[in-house]
Design a protein around this ligand. Sequence first.
Ligand code: GLA
Length: 720
Amino acid sequence: MIHYNGDKAVFHLQGPTYSCLLGVRDGVLMQWYWGGKLPDDAVEGLLECPGEGASFDSAFSRQPLAVPTQEKGYMGQRAISVRNAAGDDVLSLRYQGHRIFPGKKPLQGLPSSYVEQEGEADTLEIDLKDALTGVAVTLRYTVYADYDVLARSMTVTNEGSEPFELTDAQSAMRLPAGRYELLHLKGAWARERQARRVPMGEGSFAVKSRRGASGHENSPFLAVLAPHTTENQGEVYAMTHVYSGSFSAGVDVGIDGAPVMMIGLCGDVFSWRMAPGETFQCPEALFVYAPDGLNGLSHRMHPFVRQRICRGQWRDQPRPILINNWEATYFDFSFDKLLAIAKRGAEIGCELFVLDDGWFGKRDIDNCSLGDWVVNEKKIGGSLRHLAESIQELGMRFGLWFEPEMVSPDSDLYRAHPDWCLHVNGRERTEARHQLILDMGRREVQDYVLESVSAVLRSAPISYVKWDMNRNMMEGFSAALPPERRMESQHRYMLGLYRVLEEITSAFPEVLFESCSGGGGRFDCGMLCYMPQTWTSDDTDACERTRIQYGTSLIYPCSTMGAHVSAVPNHQTGRITPFHTRCNVAMGGNFGFELDLSRLSDEDLAEAKNAVAMVKALRATMQQGEYTRLLNPFESDGRAAWQFTDESRAVVCMYAPQQQPNPQPHRVRLAGLDAAATYADAAHGITASGAALMNLGLIFPEGRGDHDSWVYVLEKVSKS
Ligand code: GLA
């Protein structure tokens, strides 16, 4: 997987379908190539460095530097920036040595992808050092034998005798020069991850979060596409971050026309002082090359995220069908009301009842009690154990909502420790949803969160936790740090949070954790290392969800995406969509309900029951099978279609936002089937070969009103 040719000083990183060539020239680490797989390192005569251009363009600005820094006339975006003790930021990193070993080591203090067995991956570590200041960098590249994802990270160590300040740290990968387009995921609360495709200019483009969370607004993701790339054709170069805090993801085109993609910490809200001897671990970045379009990207990312990012007992387990009381009751519930909803849930086959916000302190509205994780027994009619056991008696598991990183100014915790929140002395503490953020960088705060959440988890049979985070950082600084370290606050927060998540998920391995941040405001591979699923969006409108789930699915597998059926008119949009469509769209993720089942009509209840039975029958295919996007709702007048495929069947869902009279006939061609096998969907009278389904395609049906949808279950009845 990783070959080193010492004569040529070339490293060949060879994944299942990609190659990356690195090499050392005059002590400088070059990244010669990243793209389709090369059979070997026979590249004689192809790895020449351009020399000086004119006096304005030094050789350095024209060479394929693997770790560009401020030196010798390099004028582009830097991967590492350091302000040294002399006050300048010149950095000449030169090759010192390398190691290649089987497997992959965990990162110190940060989440990262992993191996189950050493033999499944090779890791290359390359040491670089600046002789004058002692800034030392170790780059790590892990190549998996069976996953088409290149994992990259780096550590920076102060091997000098003076302190310095690390002001930027990005994982960079160069692409061949050429014309490209960009794909990024723009959003906001309740409209997360809207796919945006724009022409790539010849300057710099970056998406960032300074929010202290990966955020609703920009996802830690960027893809560079060959022009005219479709779902199934065209070269895609993509990257994402195994980190949940502020980030920057950009692309910079230098004078040689070669784009350099970079993802890492956001230099606007980060710097780190390093004394002699100290090491800083940068977050991991994941890079994917796909020669076969956006589905090619997702087909590479999904199994990797499912099996080498997600972990723990729930990783491969069927995810429970849940009923959550949030949109059913908001804060206004009692034991009887909860039990009535749960009872209906049990009757239609739900497996988990989740009690959302409002069960602790005096929280009957969102302006108080965060931080006081004490059960309001009066409100829930007894102890939490009593409620949880009453749910269990109905045949369901019990789950609970927390928002542990937050504190309400109106709380006992805040009254006791007003300095425990992020703030700037002398300035107003800007509230959002009447709350402030605990300074998770402080050990005593971490311990308080760990102990208070654990005490509740120990007090009752709780099988599921929804871990929420409902605001972003504003005065995001730790009062516990000296002024010269204040810019470390956000990253120290993340390190503290990760410590808490590591400890709590290890202490309660049987609990299924789902992360949430006002819906999908912290949907990233960092959180997925601890919690194998995320609440995709607070927007449960089926029509909106087709777009949100489309964008999310570019990177994340459906088994990580919470998707619930809610009431109409929808609470976020006021839109009315048919019950079957809400069910069909929610089947695009981890299925559940978020409405008052005790108030459903008999007809809707029967549909809900059918949907639950269908999810149970098909969940192996939908959670573990291959997911393929067939129609893009951003481009097809809002029509969407997607397909789950495994060895035994294909499940296809189609959705049309509006019906037209006398519609143009439209077909949806399926993908990834066994061409010679026969597939049958008895309910729709279809029996056809895989080849016919992939070439001729299914007829997009004429609907019965707006927001209609259809699910086809094509069982493989004969094998090729
Ligand atoms: C956030 C979540 C919701 C719900 C509320 C509770 O907005 O995204 O699902 O849990 O908090 O306050």
